[in-house]
Ligand binder design. Structure first.
Ligand SMILES: [Zn+2]
Length: 102
């Protein structure tokens, strides 16, 4: 059974960009690589319009740190792996030690 969608549950790419404080281009990238769930709507000129789930925007910038497993807000969620430079360095150091044992 399909649940009825509530009004205001979905936002446009532009609105999503404003809410997440990123560019529309970033939103489109997130949609394209599956980082952000969205429904594809009609094509306007050359680009598809998307309906983006509003609630997913809250977590769109969240990334789990590879070192401490903590959730943090990243400026570039697709590239961020660590919550801070210190954890990045520690993780790299531990990888180096592991590699040295081999
Ligand atoms: Zn961390």
């Amino acid at each position: 059974m399909k649940r009825r969608e509530q009004k205001g549950q979905y936002v446009s790419v532009q609105e999503a960009a404003r809410l997440a404080q990123v560019t529309a281009e970033t939103i489109r990238t997130w949609v394209a690589n599956g980082h952000l769930p969205a429904k594809r709507e009609k094509k306007v000129r050359i680009v598809y319009q998307y309906a983006i789930l509003r609630s997913s925007l809250k977590t769109a910038r969240q990334v789990r740190c590879k070192y401490c497993d903590r959730l943090f807000e990243a400026r570039r969620p697709r590239k961020a792996l660590f919550c801070c430079a210190e954890h990045r360095d520690r993780w790299r150091y531990e990888q180096m030690k592991k590699d040295a044992k081999k």
